[in-house]
Design a protein around this ligand. Sequence first.
Ligand SMILES: *Cc1c(COP(=O)(O)O)cnc(C)c1O
Length: 394
Amino acid sequence: MSTNKNWKPATKLVHGGTTRSPFGETSEALFLTQGFVYDSAEAAEARFLGDQSGYIYSRYANPTVSMFEQRMCELEGAEAARATSSGMAAVNTAIMSCVKAGDHFVAPKALFGSCRYIIEQILPRYGVETTLIDGTNLDEWKAAIRPNTKGAFLESPTNPTLDLVDIQAVADLIHEVGGRLIVDNVFATAIWQSPLQLGADVVIYSATKHIDGQGRCLGGVVLSDEKWISEEVHDMYKHTGPSMSPFNAWVLLKGLETLDLRVQRQSTTAAQLADMLTASSKVSRLIYPGRDDHPQAELAKKQMRGGSTMVAFDLEGGKEAAFKLSNALEIVSLSNNLGDAKSLITHPATTTHQSVAEEARLELGISDKTLRLSVGLEDPADLIADFEQALAQV
Ligand SMILES: *Cc1c(COP(=O)(O)O)cnc(C)c1O
């Protein structure tokens, strides 16, 4: 496998992890196979014993999936990875590989809904105590971490309010008790933030978002050091089967080739739209990590290399105005997905966070006024014109 640590991200995204079959194909080959055949009974035995390298079964590993894992490792600066069928399979595999009954786990309240469900609802069922805190407040992290805290999970920027959590500070705190920090880097992307370099132990992605970037298939990946992946994740992954389909790995490899281009372009457009929206008297609050008026602008500069493809904003007039704007947009589609080539807008209070009690929602900064925009690859001028005409109708 080609590995050049000195390559820049854009080069790694095109060439990282590529292996070629004897045909010498240019594009990555799609090995759509469940199993692999052996030259002899002795070879089969040796492979199962681990004395001979090679593939056994695609639930454990597959050549196309391995290319995707290797490319992600090179991009992220990780030693090892396991690709999963969805982002949630990656979150679940990473968390379950950290804890056992009797352990304690900490996470912020502001999390992607299903991530919060695993921590708040599933872990306690298996004897793992959990504490949910305000992730932006380091004193709450200090108070929550105990001698038996084996893991912590965080997202930064968070969904949908784009708050930041100080990754380095939280990593230092959790390491004092020997726990592992898992960072969900979906909103920042590998282009703008490198959690492992900031001290995190594990990075996970929903590859469904920017890594595919074209709204086609689900996927996820867990990245960490070789020791933890081989000792704690490998057996969990192999025996519970959250594996990525080779077909999806192939689509996602092609997605990675353009990740740098897309994220740069989408973020530049997001910054332009943020400027345009703040200038409107109908927008009462706007949050964009790349702006100086972000409540944690200093932290953004410290841990991120760029803004985001996401913008959150509050509209005067509450739900009625938010619905009116959403319905009036002609280019921007209504969808709770994100990271797509198509610009997408969602009203979290009535969609992604509908099941969260109103009080808890307001505590997270999600009111009836809040809209979350995922900026796509359309021409910035067209998107600005679309928002101008839609705002005029509100
Ligand atoms: C979408 C998302 C997930 C879950 O990923 P799926 O691929 O939908 O399973 C987890 N975390 C964040 C921040 C997400 O946006």
